[in-house]
Every structure is written in C-alpha cells, then in structure tokens.
Design a protein around this ligand. Structure first.
Ligand SMILES: NC(=O)c1ccc[n+]([C@@H]2O[C@H](COP(=O)([O-])OP(=O)(O)OC[C@H]3O[C@@H](n4cnc5c(N)ncnc54)[C@H](OP(=O)(O)O)[C@@H]3O)[C@@H](O)[C@H]2O)c1
Length: 316
C-alpha cells in the first residue's frame, strides 16, 4: 500500500522527550530503530533476553537502557512497557534461517505485545510487518502471520502505525547468494523488478514516525528505498565489487524441491515485488538509500564479506 502524499517537516515532529521501548534491539530492525531513536534524543529501553550478552552490552554502551525480558513472558513486557510513551514491535519469523519459532509463536508474540501496549497506556505502537502483507492472505503461512497481527492491532483500536518494509538489502549480499563466485541468485526473474530497503532506513523511518504521531497514527506505510530487477542488482553489485557478477533466478530444481521457496518465487513476480510509492517515500523520507548508495555506504562491509571466497554451500 503506497503512503499518502504528505511532506515531512521538522516543525511537525514531537520533541523526543519520552521513553520508547524497542523489541528485537539486539537484531537488525530493532538495532536500527534503537540507534535512530537514540540519535533523535529519545530515552530508549531495549527488552533483551540476555542483558550480559555482547549485543546488549553494546546497546548499553550507546546509552540505551536494557531490561531483561522475553516475548513469551507477558509479565516482562508489562514491566518494560510501564511508563513508556512508545513501543516498537518486531517478532522473529519461522521463515528466517535457523528459526526456532513457529508461526503460532510469532502471532502470539505480536498480539500479546499489542494487548499489553494497550493495557499499559502506551501512546504509540509501531508494528513492523512486511511489504508482502496486504488485505488478503498470500497463501504462505509464515508471511500471513503478519496479516493476522496487523488485523489484531486494528481490532484493538489503539494508537498504532504499521510499517511494511520491503526485502532487506542485507539479504542480497548474504553469503549464500554466490557473490564470491561472480554470481547472484534470488527469487525474481532477471527482468522482474523487486523493491528493497536498507535496514538502517527502517530505523530512521520508525524514528520519524515516533516523532510525528499526529501524522502517522492510524496509518500503514509500505516502505522501500529502491526497486531493482535481477539484472539491475547484478549491475550495481558488479560496479561496487569491481568484478563481473551474473544474475540468475534461483535454480528451478531448487524451487521445485522446496515448496515454500517455489511459492515465494511465484509471489516475486507479483506482490512480493512490492508496491511502495518510491517517489512519495523519497520526498517524505529523503534519507532513504538507493541500492548503489547503500553498497557504497552501510553495505560496503557486508559486500566485502560476501565476496571473500568461502565454502558456504547455499544455492549455488
Ligand atoms: N529479511 C527481510 O527481507 C524481511 C523483510 C520484511 C520483514 N522481515 C521480518 O523481520 C523480522 C525479523 O526482524 P530482524 O531481521 O530485525 O530480526 P533478527 O535480526 O533476526 O533479530 C531478532 C530479534 O528478536 C529477538 N528475539 C527473538 N526471540 C525473542 C524472544 N522470545 N523474546 C524477546 N526477543 C526475542 C532477538 O533477540 P536475541 O538477541 O536474544 O536473539 C533479536 O533481537 C521477521 O518477522 C521477518 O519476517 C524480514
């Protein structure tokens, strides 16, 4: 769903004087949101499973309050949300590599967070969903979990904003894409367009949303920083890497063997491609990075790692 066409002005932003609780702050999205909120001057409280772990300690060193808790422990959520003005909600998903959660876990976590935010008087809940989510199910159970959480939040009638981020740019330089061998494989065909976003920008958008509740409460924003075909991705990657990179869709045999991957590849020609209104988004959030700017900036280290010869099997 495209965003509405509204301009963002500094004058419209609320002073960042309260506390925002960030879930998943030791992970990609939550880490980005915590950093962006902190940079805007919010008091940031991160709910962490292991306060002594290195990621939690890095958060604390950056001026972020860390409190122990677990998405499966409602009491810890209640304690963390006490006195907070905002909550950023993100959950792990069964489709992630090495996932230990079920689809039902994700839905239970996401709906419980919303329930407790409502009961605790939190003034603004920001829920991170996914670009592929819409009014109808996709038929892929681990994508449709987020439609169920979105629908629960709307049913509660609490002050909330839903962000639907596109595919992360970080995923395109994952070790199993084949970049170390001059290859890049993903779900879409070579000339099918696909929207992507830098994880850094999810944090910046979330911070802008918390900073202007009167503008964003009640809205659902599909967010992306770029739209690229497979060939475009390979061209940008080759330029950044300084070596040839050839794109091909994931092998047909793999897509036939792995039912969920096959279904995702089908969706890549349709709604998984994304339908964010990039022009409007870039006007509203001018910091949004294109893929080539991300490769030259925050993504440079990840690209370097992916280019290093490795023995990861992946899809190659
Ligand atoms: N990849 C994409 O392109 C894409 C696009 C759109 C949406 N998404 C969605 O993004 C979500 C994942 O976000 P991410 O990539 O930021 O996650 P991530 O980097 O894998 O981090 C997961 C975070 O959740 C925390 N966590 C996990 N289980 C928990 C529990 N029981 N209680 C409290 N905290 C818990 C982890 O804490 P620990 O440090 O303790 O493990 C970590 O901070 C998924 O729902 C996925 O579907 C992904």
């Amino acid at each position: 769903m495209p965003t509405e066409n509204t301009d963002s002005t500094d004058e419209s932003r609320t002073a960042a004087t309260g506390t925002v609780v960030v879930l998943g702050a030791t992970g990609q999205q939550g880490g980005s949101v915590a950093a962006a909120l902190r940079a805007d001057g919010w008091n940031v409280r991160a709910l962490v499973r292991d306060p002594a772990g290195s990621r939690a300690r890095s958060l604390a060193a950056a001026g972020i309050e860390t409190v122990p808790g677990d998405l499966g422990d409602p009491g810890s959520l209640r304690a963390a949300f006490s006195g907070a003005q905002g909550v950023f909600s993100v959950q792990p998903n069964a489709g992630q590599a090495g996932a230990v959660v079920s689809n039902e876990d994700e839905v239970r976590f996401g709906t419980t967070v919303a329930d407790i935010a409502g009961e605790s008087g939190v003034a603004h809940l920001v829920y991170s969903s996914a670009g592929v989510v819409g009014a109808t199910p996709t038929g892929v159970a681990h994508l449709d979990t987020k439609m169920r959480v979105e629908s629960h939040i709307r049913g509660l009638g609490i002050a909330a904003t839903v962000l639907r981020p596109a595919t992360f740019m970080e995923l395109l330089v994952a070790p199993d894409t084949g970049l170390d061998r001059g290859r890049m494989s993903f779900l879409m065909g070579p000339d099918q367009s696909h929207q992507v976003i830098a994880v850094r920008d999810i944090g910046r958008v979330a911070a802008a949303v918390f900073g202007a509740p009167e503008r964003y409460v009640g809205r659902t924003l599909e967010i992306a920083g770029d739209a690229l075909t497979g060939e475009d991705m390979a061209r940008h990657l080759a330029r950044a890497a300084g070596r040839p990179i050839r794109y091909s869709r994931l092998p047909e045999a793999l897509l036939a063997r792995e039912e969920t991957l096959g279904r995702l590849a089908e969706l890549a020609g349709g709604r998984l491609a994304g339908s964010a209104d990039l022009d409007t988004l870039r006007a509203e959030f001018p910091f949004l990075l294109s893929f080539d700017r991300w490769l030259a900036g925050p993504g440079a280290g990840l690209l370097e790692e992916a280019l290093r010869p490795g023995d990861a099997g992946g899809h190659r």
